[in-house]
Design a protein around this ligand. Structure first.
Ligand SMILES: NC(=O)c1ccc[n+]([C@@H]2O[C@H](COP(=O)([O-])OP(=O)(O)OC[C@H]3O[C@@H](n4cnc5c(N)ncnc54)[C@H](OP(=O)(O)O)[C@@H]3O)[C@@H](O)[C@H]2O)c1
Length: 362
């Protein structure tokens, strides 16, 4: 079958790390590889649409060992069902989700077929098309990991307790118009929180339409002061951009209450005593230990509770999506079939994506 597979590219990796830009063309190419064989707990999926994430090009450019299948987010159709999964799945069911792409051969979404544990995928309702379904991968799972697993907000469907409080507590979500941000806003609203976020002026209506209560322009050099003037007691935040000035702005917002910030990329030390930073990675949701750039790169332990959380999230997602409680971000369709994956990733690399999720139909 056809798949996007990483190439040996040590020099280009070093250059990417040192210069911050890719040289020598993409370090992945479309290759014929064996169709994955499934275990009794897995299903085989015929991939119909994929959504693109910054992590995909970060894997191609720096992280992936040669021979790894790239890509995480997918929607498609069940093609084979493992013996232990026959109660939950049938051949022909519509399915979507996320895989740990870019780490090993044979497990990645940018392929004709992929395999996934049968409880780590969700059944797509009839009225949701493949393109929209494919967006509920890395970004949606990351919002759940940040809010429900790490910050302890009630899971969607368990929001009653907090709604009984008279004043909804506030949460700060830096970069609400990122795909991760749009899911984080919605998940925080479902938990009953007042959402304070940042976005460009051109994204203000978008983030409000996904539930943001207050929106501040991150280009304003005094944005943190403007936020703390109106919301002086915010104690939890998620930084859905996690680069450059984002950490400092979030620290400023959390300074008064010595709060906790969840970051999606490696943060610097907090600017103020008492403020806490915690880096999360969507990949821990698969429940296995892994390492990037062995033998020297960072290692992550197996976190079985994260895996349970992803299974729980995907079990409830058909109802959440069907009832429109959780909506896909705007879909930015990239034409060109397989080649659309490469052109779409170039747009993400260049920071040219705003207010939506690039999806490619295969
Ligand atoms: N740790 C994890 O597991 C994990 C998971 C998902 C994502 N991430 C990381 O989180 C980040 C967001 O990913 P994504 O896929 O959600 O991004 P995305 O949708 O591709 O982000 C595009 C958005 O970034 C916003 N933006 C650009 N420059 C900004 C700045 N200086 N400050 C604030 N916002 C800015 C733009 O907002 P405006 O148009 O409104 O300016 C645009 O809408 C990436 O760095 C990604 O690698 C990590």
């Amino acid at each position: 079958m056809k798949a996007l597979v990483s190439k040996p590219h040590l020099l280009s990796r070093v250059a990417t790390l040192a210069l911050g830009k890719t040289i020598g063309g993409p370090a992945a190419e479309f290759t014929d590889v064996p169709e994955p064989t499934i275990s009794p707990n897995e299903i085989l999926v015929k991939v119909r649409a994929v959504a693109l994430n910054p992590t995909d090009h970060m894997h191609i450019d720096v992280i992936s060992p040669p021979g790894s299948t790239i890509g995480c987010d997918y929607a498609g159709e069940v093609a084979k069902v493992g013996g232990n999964a026959v109660k939950a799945w049938s051949v022909g069911d519509r399915v979507a989700g996320v895989v740990h792409g870019g780490l090993v051969p044979g497990r990645g979404a940018f392929a004709e077929y992929l395999k996934i544990d049968s409880d780590l995928a969700w059944k797509v309702p009839d009225d949701v098309d493949d393109a929209a379904a494919a967006t509920f991968g890395v970004s949606a799972a990351t919002a759940m990991l940040a809010l429900n697993c790490r910050l302890g907000l009630p899971y969607p469907g368990e929001e009653q307790d907090i709604r009984r409080q008279q004043t909804a507590p506030a949460i700060f979500i830096y970069a609400g118009s990122t795909a991760a941000g749009l899911f984080t806003i919605q998940t925080a609203k479902l938990a009953g929180y007042t959402v304070v976020t940042t976005a460009s002026p051109h994204s203000t209506d978008l983030v409000k339409s996904y539930g943001a209560d207050a929106v501040f322009d991150y280009h304003d050099p005094d944005v943190a002061t403007a936020i703390t003037k109106q919301y002086p007691d915010i104690s939890i935040a998620v930084d859905c951009f996690s680069k450059g000035k984002s950490f400092g702005i979030s620290d400023e917002v959390l300074k008064n209450s010595k709060g906790k910030l969840i970051t999606l990329l490696q943060p610097p030390k907090p600017k103020y005593p008492g403020v806490e930073h915690e880096l999360i990675l969507a990949y821990t949701l698969f429940g296995h230990a892994f390492q990037w750039l062995p033998p020297v790169g960072p290692k992550w332990p197996a976190l079985p509770d994260d895996r349970k959380a992803l299974a729980r999230f995907y079990a409830t997602l058909p109802q959440l999506v069907g009832s429109k409680k959780l909506r896909a971000p705007p879909v930015l369709l990239e034409e060109g079939g397989w080649n659309g994956i490469l052109t779409g990733l170039d747009k993400l690399r260049a920071g040219k994506v705003s207010g939506g999720k690039i999806v490619v139909k295969l």
